[in-house]
Ligand binder design. Structure first.
Ligand code: MN
Length: 236
């Protein structure tokens, strides 16, 4: 009992001394890495039902997306990226660097998911705004052809990943690309992401089991936020 009390007393005293020391305070300030927060969903968790259920959204945002944010905040302070200026800066500096693979995976997944929520909206899909519709016709032939390219990419992606509508600045054309796991078009200089569909199983398994194509079709037809696509294209 006496030993226990003494030890606790010693720890309290030491913490007080360190806490009040200017050196300690300075060191704490210097090691302050950016901290990221889980962004709120742009709509109510039940708002996409029945295309994507409230339970899928609850798990996906509250567990998966949140875990990526927490992992990133845990990994950053002891990394060479603790002076990063933004999430995109973290992603671009850790890309293709094996030593920073865990940071890249979590940072990219934080960004990808935030972008995915914005790519969806209740009563989405349908006809794009007229300027965008013309651009889609010029670059894909038709909206139906873009839809087919999107569904093919979703089923061609082997394992977990993402399907993206992007602007390819080199080709000066809209394009559909897929990326595996956490990979994101942000790491390719010529690509500007315009919208994305998450094709990890956790995005659709509760609602569609293994029917990934049905999920991608339902998202394209009923949830895709064309105004978000148009706004991203306008500032690309
Ligand atoms: Mn996901």
């Amino acid at each position: 009992m006496t030993t226990h009390f003494s030890r606790r007393h010693w720890l309290t005293t030491t913490a007080t001394i360190l806490g009040s020391s200017p050196f300690w305070a300075h060191a704490a300030e210097k090691s302050a890495a950016p901290r990221f927060e889980l962004p709120a969903l742009p709509w109510d968790a039940a708002a996409l039902d029945p295309v994507i259920s409230a339970s899928t959204i609850g798990q996906h945002h509250g567990k998966h997306h949140a875990a990526y944010v927490n992992n990133l905040n845990r990994l950053l302070p002891s990394s060479p990226l603790m002076d990063a200026s933004s999430l995109v800066d973290v992603i671009q500096r850790s890309a293709r660097n094996d030593a920073q693979r865990a940071i890249f995976n979590n940072a990219a997944q934080v960004w990808n998911h935030t972008f995915y929520w914005q790519s969806l909206r209740p009563k989405g899909g349908g006809t794009p705004p007229s300027e965008l519709a013309k651009r889609i016709d010029a670059d894909f032939g038709s909206l139906a052809a873009l839809r087919e390219a999107t569904l093919s990419a979703s089923t061609d992606q082997f394992g977990a990943g993402w399907v993206w509508l992007v602007l390819d600045k080199t080709q000066k054309k809209l394009a559909v690309v897929k990326t595996g796991n956490a990979d994101t078009p942000l790491t390719q200089e010529n690509l500007v992401p315009l919208a994305t569909i998450d094709v990890w199983e956790h995005a659709y398994y509760l609602d569609y089991q293994s029917r990934r194509k049905d999920y991608a079709a339902a998202v394209f037809d009923k949830l895709l936020n064309w105004d978000f696509v148009a706004a991203n294209l306008a500032k690309a």
